[in-house]
Design a protein around this ligand. Structure first.
Ligand code: UFG
Length: 324
């Protein structure tokens, strides 16, 4: 297929692009490089610098015979969204509306969208199924939920075949691509910076959560397992005109912040001093996905659920990038 990947210069978008190319698809990447890196765009993909808000650029890209779109282009910092919600509504919701409109005008009727566990907010119980109440606790979560609702309406009214993948905590590296955000807010890369001697201590945000060791629990999914889910989702959009399928994606197990740091010590063989900090505002205690629906309907399984493997891949990526 000929595919448009918006946000294909980012962490997840670039890994998925590399997997799509390996499967024999033709890929055009559109990215404004606001958070992505041009050198992350895999060789073999055509790169266009631009924004999904630019309807003219989208029209010209989509008129070239695109079969489906994968949409990763979004802002994703919860804290930033609290301070500047307008950025999140503009980029994440406005950008998605612009993309949907351009796709409709060009007759492109298949979409895979990067949604988030943030749409659920603080859940009543774990693991979280797709029919759990959606009560986001941040403008970021609101923007992802609004985009999901937009896509559902577009599917019902105009025959779009769409899949929203609600990611939990994505981790690891694959195909030479990994996390390099600036600023980096995610636990695993931050802890590995300490192991690499580039930061003094790992900060543990909250030690009084109602969990066994008092630290927050998350469900980490290997980025390559996530890429595999995108391939399955893409295939599913072909059989779903007029339908919007929604799937949660995690490995189904929770790891506490201290367990992640322990895994990082084991993998790197380096001491990682920690510093206790207050809770980070808006962080739920426990978020674990039920991925039963995507397993049952699309046959997806987490092949790399081990924390040690995710940390090892992220560590290898960091060492390769920083020259050891
Ligand atoms: N944490 C620390 N120290 C750090 C960084 C994080 O203790 O230096 C803790 C956080 O407080 C949290 C856990 O580690 O309890 C995981 O934090 P991350 O920042 O790695 O990830 P989040 O769970 O906050 O967020 C991720 C995505 C969001 C998405 C959310 C959905 O980054 O985009 O999952 O659950 F909304």
């Amino acid at each position: 297929m000929r595919l448009l990947v918006v946000g294909g210069a980012g962490y997840i978008g670039s890994v998925v692009t590399a997997r799509l190319l390996a499967e024999g698809h033709q890929v055009v990447v559109l990215d404004d490089l606001s958070t992505g890196h041009e050198d992350a765009v895999p060789e073999g993909a055509e790169f266009r610098l631009g924004s999904i808000a630019d309807r003219k650029a989208l029209a010209s890209l989509l008129s070239g015979g695109v079969d489906a779109v994968l949409h990763f282009a979004a802002l994703s910092l919860v804290g930033e969204s609290m301070a500047q919600p307008e950025l999140y509504w503009g980029n994440n919701v406005g950008g998605t509306l612009s993309l949907l409109t351009s796709m409709r005008e060009a007759g492109v009727r298949r979409l895979v969208f990067s949604s988030s566990a943030a749409v659920y907010g603080e859940p009543d119980s774990n693991p979280i199924p797709e029919d759990a109440p959606t009560r986001p606790t941040s403008p970021y979560g609101n923007s992802k939920l609004a985009a999901d609702l937009l896509i559902g309406d577009e599917a019902r009214a105009h025959g779009l075949g769409a899949v929203s993948l609600r990611y939990f905590n994505v981790a690891g590296a694959a195909l030479g691509r990994g996390e390099r955000h600036n600023p980096e807010t995610h636990l695993i890369p931050r802890v590995l910076e300490v192991a690499a001697g580039r930061a003094e201590a790992a900060l543990v945000f909250g030690t009084d959560y109602p969990t066994l060791d008092g630290t927050a629990i998350r469900d980490y999914i290997h980025v390559d397992d996530l890429a595999q889910a995108h391939l399955l989702a893409l295939a599913a959009t072909g059989g779903a005109p007029g339908r919007h399928l929604v799937y949660n994606l995690g490995s189904g197990a929770g790891f506490s912040v201290l367990e992640v740091i322990g895994a990082a010590r084991d993998v790197t063989g380096r001491p990682i001093p920690i510093r206790h900090q207050p809770r980070r505002p808006g962080d739920p205690a426990v978020l674990v996905a039920s991925s039963q629906r995507i397993a049952a309907e699309l046959g997806w399984v987490a092949r790399r659920p081990a924390m040690a493997g995710m940390v090892a891949d992220a560590w290898e990526f960091l060492l390769a990038r920083t020259g050891g």
